[in-house]
Design a protein around this ligand. Structure first.
Ligand SMILES: [Ca+2]
Length: 195
């Protein structure tokens, strides 16, 4: 019995090591808040978190009224390009199921050098009895919101939605209204950008 337990632990350790894989460089560039550059684009925003490559999470939001739909958090797997010899993280894939659909998301940088725009492909397949056809969306998201980074003003954002996303994100991260985007303290950031 004891031997069996020890063997089981060793097997778990071995499989765990193999499953985590070698680390690819540059995965940190995916981290943070990404906001769609189009007001009616999907997803409206994405939050990618994690302290190492094997424990990253993808959280997307869809356009819903009155507030965005939270798709929940899903594991994000990072890939290199071309072969097992790849050293740089260039892509990520997330998969989750909702009560009525299966979802696959792939992320990659529009420009692998500047890494300033994240392309998010989202594939939805309905698993309920609605008969709705499967569909795909593509979103172009940018990251302007580093709560710990250089100061930002309302003019640095493309829209009220982007400023609000940054304000909410830094609040959630425990930084508060670090950029002073809500001077009047009513919870709405950069009202002047509102359409
Ligand atoms: Ca305000």
């Amino acid at each position: 019995m004891k031997v069996g337990v020890v063997f089981g632990v060793l097997l778990t350790l071995l499989v765990g090591t193999v499953a985590s894989g070698a680390s690819l460089e540059g995965w940190e560039a995916f981290l943070g808040l990404w906001v769609n550059m189009l007001p009616d684009g999907s997803p409206t925003r994405v939050i990618i978190e994690g302290s190492d490559q094997s424990s990253l999470s993808f959280r997307g939001y869809g356009a819903c009224i009155p507030t965005d739909c939270d798709w929940g958090s899903a594991p994000l797997w990072i890939y290199g390009e071309g072969s097992v010899d790849a050293t740089e993280a260039t892509m990520g894939v997330a998969y989750w199921e909702s009560g009525f659909s299966e979802n696959i998301v792939t992320i990659r940088f529009q420009n692998p050098v500047s890494k300033s725009v994240l392309i998010v492909d989202h594939y939805t397949r309905f698993t309920d009895a609605s008969g709705r056809p499967s569909y795909h969306t593509i979103g172009y998201l940018r990251s302007t919101c580093d709560c710990d980074g250089p100061d930002l003003d309302c003019k640095d954002f493309l829209s009220h939605a982007e400023a609000q996303a940054c304000y909410d994100y830094c609040l959630d991260m425990g930084y508060g209204d670090v950029f002073g985007l809500d001077r009047d303290g009513d919870g709405s950031a950069c009202e002047a950008l509102q359409e």
